[in-house]
Design a protein around this ligand. Structure first.
Ligand code: C2O
Length: 571
């Protein structure tokens, strides 16, 4: 559909004519059936981000890993059960670029109703989806990314699809998202970061939040005035409308470690909360007390909303502090014995175009920059082939040719040495590397520790690492180079937060533990679209367990093989 955001009419691909797409609301224990009818000119798949898909990897929605892409004018039906999960997840297209407009909230209500909330039932529950508006064609963004020709791009941030009043194009400011609140009532905000690129700080002037869940796992209630959220993450937070009635800005503000390409005002988006009496009439103070509306503190004037004071856009400490304060509410079943340990470096490397041999330091037209895990860059199997999950299930050999993800990087260097940062001419510092379909196999039930180490080769970008089909216990996060001798002592083995996406801070590390108990072929990747398109990914293959209820189910009867099939075409 065509969407206009003030200055320009842009053709975008959306679901059911909506941006963000429709909210899917289910109850824990439900069976879900979703028919996808692809009327777009692109191949798509839909991924149910964070839904565990136990024994049912077939519905995970990753092209060429779990299924063939859904071709234009074709359809596909996803069937899955939601079991043992509650609160906020989301869904998005799992094809490069398009997830910027193909996404929506996936809400799981508790099985036994509101009575089973570990907090008083809020008056209303409101999805807050932070996203980006791209004026360029998203399919083109993706192509340019994967061959290193995206040099000039522009995006602006959105809350629930709206740019907000700071995005001042042609002299007309656009309205932002407005949440009406009644004095004294409690609201549950379901925050989702659906952006391709940016981490955000989220604040509402004059109000605080109680964070109660993240990635559909409850946390011990944590009181804060700022929420940090990276692409792929969700945060559930209670908001009490306990300020003087008036208007208060809510702001999503991107942050990033220092780097040359820093953002302009279009990256900041704001909406508003507005007090009302419940029958729609705004509740406002009758007199202005002289505040400008741009400073926190003091009461609001009748019309000028108050803006929150945001952290600095290079402030990484507030994010680390926020994450460090999250602990699991329910005692997690954390294994104490670890079967396998991986140390994975997140970096950039260079590969040669068209199979040419190029040496370290070769010029730009011979080499392309790729993103790597332990110095290998991921590539999907060709679309003409069979999805990995099918080869794995039928044991047809397709997974024997995968390159094994090494347990450690091939060489140890000073990972956080800023001199290595490859800007411009220093591109020569990139390690020569290769592309492969990178995979690692796990015995069913193995307890796996992974330390993700960010390196200066990431140009000071951080990495939200996402694992499909499993949640991870986040044991610790830190800055600098991980040092087992002292950092293991910092592990939270009592109540670590449970997440499907863990933020690895720029020039820092994150240590996670997970139990490989969901058989199938699961994608593990950075949720920054650029890093993913550039190859920062691997597949984790989890073997079947000894019994039928620990083994991957057979594919659904209507599971489609790759290629054009007349019978699946839309009429
Ligand atoms: Cu939300 Cu593989 O992604």
């Amino acid at each position: 559909m065509n969407l206009t955001h003030l200055s320009k009419d842009t053709l975008v691909t959306v679901v059911n004519g909506q941006l963000p797409g429709p909210t899917i609301e289910v109850t824990d224990g439900d069976s879900v059936i979703i028919h996808v009818v692809n009327k777009s000119p692109y191949n798509v798949t839909i991924h149910w981000h964070g839904v565990k898909q136990r024994l049912n990897c077939w519905a995970d929605g990753v092209p060429m890993i779990t299924q063939c892409p859904i071709l234009p004018n074709h359809n596909f039906t996803y069937r899955f059960n939601v079991t043992g999960q509650e609160r906020t997840l989301w869904w998005h297209a799992h094809v490069p670029g398009l997830r910027a407009t193909l996404h929506g909230a996936f809400i799981i209500r508790p099985r036994h109703g509101a009575g089973s909330y570990p907090f008083p039932k809020p008056h209303r529950e409101v999805p807050i989806i932070i996203g980006e508006w791209w004026e360029m064609d998203l399919a083109q963004v993706a192509t340019d990314l994967s061959n290193n020709s995206l040099f000039d791009f522009n995006s602006a941030s959105t809350i629930n699809g709206k740019l907000g009043d700071l995005y001042n194009c042609s002299g007309v400011a656009e309205d932002g998202f407005v949440l009406e609140v009644e004095p004294g009532k409690t609201y549950l905000l379901r925050l989702i970061n659906a952006a391709l690129l940016m981490e955000y700080y989220f604040k509402i002037a004059g109000h605080r939040f109680t964070v109660v869940a993240s990635d559909a796992n409850y946390v011990n209630p944590y009181d804060t005035d700022v929420i940090a959220i990276a692409p792929g993450e969700t945060v559930d937070a209670l908001l009490v409308a306990d300020a003087r009635p008036g208007k208060y800005y809510m702001v999503a503000f991107p942050y990033q470690a220092p780097k040359p390409s820093i953002q302009g005002p279009e990256y900041i988006t704001r909406g508003m909360i507005q007090y009302s009496s419940g029958n729609g009439a705004p509740v406002l103070l009758s007199t202005s007390n002289g505040t400008t509306g741009e400073e926190e503190g003091g009461g609001p004037s009748a019309d000028v909303p108050i803006a929150p004071e945001m952290p600095d856009h290079n402030d990484m400490v507030t994010s680390l502090y926020f994450r460090g304060n999250l602990t699991s509410l329910r005692r997690p079943q954390l294994p104490t014995l670890v079967d396998e340990r991986l140390f994975i470096t997140l970096a950039l490397g260079s590969v040669c175009r068209r199979g040419r041999v190029c040496e370290r330091g070769s010029t730009n037209d011979e080499s392309i920059t790729v993103a790597t895990l332990n110095n290998v860059s991921f590539e999907l199997p060709a679309a003409a082939e069979t999805p990995l999950l099918e080869s794995h299930y039928y044991n047809t050999g397709g997974v024997d040719v995968l390159r094994e993800l090494p347990a450690r990087p091939p060489k140890v260097f000073n990972f956080t040495d800023r001199d290595l940062i490859p800007y411009g001419p220093k591109e020569a510092n990139l390690e020569p590397t290769s592309k492969a379909t990178l995979a690692r196999r796990f015995r069913h039930g193995a307890a796996v520790d992974v330390v993700f180490q960010s390196t200066s080769l990431m140009q000071s970008e951080s990495n939200p690492m996402h694992l499909h089909g499993h949640d991870m216990f986040v044991l610790a996060q830190g800055l600098g180079i991980y040092d087992a001798a002292k950092d293991v002592a910092r592990y939270n083995l009592v109540n670590p937060p449970v997440k499907n996406t863990v933020l690895v801070p720029s020039l820092g590390w994150a240590a996670v533990r997970f139990v490989a108990d969901n058989p199938g072929v699961w994608f593990m990747h950075c949720h920054f679209e650029f890093h993913l398109s550039m190859g920062m990914a691997a597949v984790f293959i989890v073997e079947d367990g000894p019994t039928a209820d620990t083994s991957l189910h057979p594919p659904p009867a209507d599971f489609q093989t790759c290629g054009h099939d007349e019978s699946l075409m839309l009429q």
